[in-house]
Design a protein around this ligand. Structure first.
Ligand SMILES: NC(=O)c1ccc[n+]([C@@H]2O[C@H](COP(=O)([O-])OP(=O)(O)OC[C@H]3O[C@@H](n4cnc5c(N)ncnc54)[C@H](OP(=O)(O)O)[C@@H]3O)[C@@H](O)[C@H]2O)c1
Length: 322
């Protein structure tokens, strides 16, 4: 599978490096708003083709999967154009700026029969299955509470602080603990309460979200772009708990029994960077003729976008594209 990267920024570099070592998947092209930048990126990562515009990359018949790595504010236009041209897309999280854009993209993908997926890497990583198997084997009894934290001070990045680039914690970082909760338990939300601290520019800097899920499962999420956090997730059950380190790239999974005794510590399988799984999932789904990956169905991408819309509305966080 030949991948074409849109936007030669930070995460694009990590992906290009990962794909150098991924079997059966190759980074064939990079598209940037400027040709010099595309050429420099291509030279750094040994990518055969460099384009000075996104449109040129979308027109390359050899590109099988377009990987959209621009700020969330700029996912919509290029993804719509790509799908319109029949190109499969893997779009960085947050998938779009809001649910309105998300629905338009997913509707177009359905209409055209074109594959599109959200690049929320934890959904595709093996840790997810390990954790869910431990729960289903009854290792911690009945799940009662889930808590997850992800906080990194990244206030120096324009795309984090500027509303026109869809800045704020929720869409960039809070999305991971939210996904963590949903991967463990996607029962309907019975009640949701949240608190948030806004920046002077009106984006969410730090937040706490608490949800009661059907079946009496309490969940708490802490997230911030303003401070550093102890970024673990804990699933508490009647017989023990599972502690996952860390929330957005699980490495170690610990199982504790009653009384806080460490029962077992498991490491996830060795990997290249952890980003290879999302590309492998796209390849597998595309080979089966699917338009969405089973690990992150379109309905789930839309559900989370709608949830994040409603939280932003409550907090008064508005983007120009809302
Ligand atoms: N999965 C993960 O672990 C992970 C980690 C970090 C970020 N991300 C996601 O990846 C996306 C990009 O994040 P990043 O940290 O890579 O951002 P970044 O370093 O700022 O790169 C984004 C790239 O998008 C392009 N771009 C197009 N319009 C832009 C605009 N108006 N302002 C700035 N850049 C623009 C630029 O590439 P050209 O100049 O080449 O066109 C830029 O280099 C975000 O959606 C973010 O949530 C995911």
């Amino acid at each position: 599978m030949n991948v074409g990267i849109i936007g030669a920024g930070h995460i694009a570099g990590k992906i290009a490096r990962t794909l150098e070592y991924t079997d059966g998947i190759k980074c064939l092209a990079v598209g940037s708003r400027t040709l010099d930048k595309a050429k420099a990126f291509a030279a750094e990562f040994g990518i055969p083709k460099a384009y000075g515009s996104y449109g040129e990359l979308l027109d390359d018949p050899e590109v099988d999967l377009v990987y959209v790595a621009t700020p969330h504010s700029h996912h919509f236009d290029v993804t719509m154009e790509a799908i319109g041209k029949g190109k499969a897309c893997l779009v960085e999280k947050a998938f779009m700026a809001n649910a309105f854009q998300t629905k338009k993209v997913l509707d177009l993908a359905k209409e055209k029969g074109v594959f599109v997926a959200e690049a929320i890497w934890t959904r595709y990583q093996p840790a997810r299955d390990i954790i869910n198997r431990l729960i289903s084997y009854g290792r911690i009894g009945t799940v009662c509470q889930i808590s997850a934290t992800l906080s990194h001070r990244v206030m120096h990045l324009p795309r984090i602080v500027r509303p026109e680039l869809c800045g704020g914690t929720l869409l960039d970082i809070g999305i991971y603990p939210l996904n963590f909760v949903r991967m463990v338990c996607d029962n309907p939300i019975e009640k949701i309460e949240s608190q948030c601290v806004l920046s002077d520019l009106g984006v969410d800097l730090s937040e706490t979200i608490s949800m009661t899920l059907e079946g009496g499962i309490l969940t708490t999420i802490h997230s911030s772009v303003y401070c550093e956090g102890y970024n673990t997730a804990t699933i508490s059950g009647t017989e023990g708990c599972i502690v996952v380190d860390n929330t957005n790239n699980p490495g170690l999974i610990r199982i504790y029994s009653k009384g806080g005794r460490l029962q077992e510590e498991m490491a996830v399988p060795e990997n290249i960077s952890g980003y290879e799984y999302e590309f492998q999932a796209c390849k597998d789904a595309m080979e089966k003729g699917l338009i969405e990956p089973p690990q992150m169905p379109h309905s789930e991408t839309l559900f989370l976008m709608e949830l994040m819309d409603s939280l932003r509305k409550e907090w008064g966080v508005h983007y120009p594209m809302d």
